[in-house]
Design a binder for this molecule. Structure first.
Ligand SMILES: Cc1cc2nc3c(=O)[nH]c(=O)nc-3n(C[C@H](O)[C@H](O)[C@H](O)COP(=O)(O)OP(=O)(O)OC[C@H]3O[C@@H](n4cnc5c(N)ncnc54)[C@H](O)[C@@H]3O)c2cc1C
Length: 436
């Protein structure tokens, strides 16, 4: 009996989980291939929701998906563990031992053989080696980190409310480094949450007086990757919310006291969040001789095969995929990960039939910035009209539909619509922010 083709996908995020689900449905179900998804977490949450988890407007337990259940329903296997290495000679992925919260080993080191390997391990915040970032900043790279931020902020507010002393200047201030979508969206969410918590009983805290929000950006404007009109609209909303925006300020060091910039400013803040730039995980820096770039991404051809090994594909944030002749790479976005998952799906099937692989062309459908309950601004790409600006209710609707598309890829449309309906019902009975 010939062995089944073994497809290993490492990383079950925005792209990897959609790919495993699709492959499971077509090839796994018919017994045409063995599909294994490896992830270091037991549950999946769509990463663009993490700033809402951090602010406390979303309880991660309501939106997370269990990998083991998804695997059972969609005909693939899930294996828990963190990939740490690769052996291209034996075609094996090396996965480190897994420990529980008490430090006991629950799974020893393992190796998984592949015929086709797909790397979709996403990205992490890039501290660019700046002094003090690791020690003093909070990050939003995982659900655990986002929850940690939410807990720390809530604890600090409870402490300030219950304390006998007057609230000190800066005791609850937050400084966010990086005015990309994550930084801007988080600032707006925090503004709303601070007022909610005060209304829920922490009423000795006056958010306008006691919680100052800062965004620090090295470039000349916020949302540097987006068109200027979106940046201007978002800035107007932030100034109404009294968020202080510092542009042209390059961070040189972070200390307990605050953020130090090259112009000599020190922006004092109790909480510092790092949301400036990304890199692929460090274990990919030197991964069995595969070609990588300065931010550890695996360099791929436009068909998403890595340049030095056609058995290995890479997609999403961890892939450096050229964007036409522009000289730049496909941006690290959820919509790119979603599109790449569809292309890798096609190409794996074509490869197994010895057909020529197709190339990936990034389709930018636009960008939307959700500023909490206050506003959503962005642009959409019209086929004939080119980009056009939208805001308000329509923008909010389109923003939410991006997540619905991800859920539809994982559950199918009927279940995705049912989940949306259940969420709507829960909104009527749950508090607007997480209070524990
Ligand atoms: C707060 C925030 C807000 C964002 N908002 C938006 C937005 O509004 N719109 C947008 O388009 N994009 C947004 N993004 C970017 C978007 O989330 C990413 O581009 C997208 O998730 C990338 O998908 P991916 O599949 O490449 O990786 P991810 O979705 O990050 O998934 C990577 C997976 O790999 C796993 N993994 C990592 N390392 C290992 C390992 N060594 N072994 C095993 N498993 C591993 C992780 O656990 C994770 O499940 C946002 C990102 C953040 C952090």
């Amino acid at each position: 009996m010939t062995e089944k083709h073994q497809i290993i996908i490492v990383g079950g995020g925005a792209g990897g989980l959609e790919l495993a689900t699709k492959l499971g449905h077509s090839m796994g179900k018919k017994g045409l291939a063995d599909i294994i998804l490896i992830d270091k977490s037991r549950t999946h949450i769509w990463k663009p929701l993490l700033h809402e988890v951090a602010a406390g407007t979303l309880d991660s337990s309501e939106d997370e998906l269990e990998y083991l259940a998804q695997a059972r329903w969609h005909h693939f296997r899930f294996r828990l563990g963190k990939m740490t290495g690769l052996d291209r000679d034996t075609q094996e992925v090396v996965v480190a031992p897994t420990y529980n919260a008490d430090g006991e080993m629950i799974i020893p080191e393992r190796r998984f053989r592949y015929d086709t390997l797909v790397m979709s391990v996403g990205s992490l915040s890039n501290d660019f080696g700046i002094k003090g970032v690791k020690e003093h900043c909070l990050f939003l790279d995982s659900t655990e980190q986002a929850e940690r931020f939410q807990q720390k902020m809530l604890d600090a507010m409870i402490r300030a409310h219950a304390g006998h002393k007057a609230i000190e200047k800066g005791q609850l201030d937050v400084a966010i480094v990086g005015a990309g979508a994550t930084g801007v969206e988080l600032a707006a969410q925090l503004h709303h949450v601070a007022r909610q918590l005060s209304a829920y009983g922490l009423d000795t805290i006056d958010p306008s007086e006691h919680i100052k929000l800062h965004i620090i950006e090295a470039g000349p404007r916020i949302l540097p990757a987006l068109p200027e009109r979106i940046s201007n609209s978002a800035l107007k909303v932030l100034s109404k919310l009294e968020v202080t925006v510092h542009v042209n300020e390059r961070v040189i060091e972070i200390t307990d006291e605050g953020i130090h910039t090259s112009s000599g400013q020190v922006i004092p803040a109790r909480f510092k969040v790092w949301a400036a730039g990304i890199k692929a995980p460090d274990f990919m820096q030197e991964l069995a001789g595969l070609e990588t770039n300065h931010i550890n991404q695996l360099v791929v051809h436009t068909n998403l095969q890595t340049t030095r090994d056609e058995r290995i594909f890479a997609m999403g944030d961890c892939a450096a995929c050229p964007m036409g002749d522009s000289g730049s790479n496909v941006p690290p976005r959820a919509q790119a990960a979603h599109q790449m998952a569809s292309l890798v799906y096609k190409n794996i099937k074509r490869k197994l039939k010895n057909r020529t692989l197709v190339n990936y062309h990034y389709k930018d459908y636009g960008s939307l910035i959700a500023m909490g309950r206050y506003s959503t601004v962005g642009n959409l790409m019209g086929n004939l009209t080119g980009p056009f600006f939208i805001s308000g209710f329509i923008a909010r609707f389109v923003y939410l539909s991006l997540y619905k598309m991800h859920q539809a890829a994982l559950y199918g449309w009927p279940r995705a619509i049912l989940i949306a309906f259940l969420h709507f019902l829960r909104k009527g009975i749950d508090p607007q922010v997480k209070l524990h």
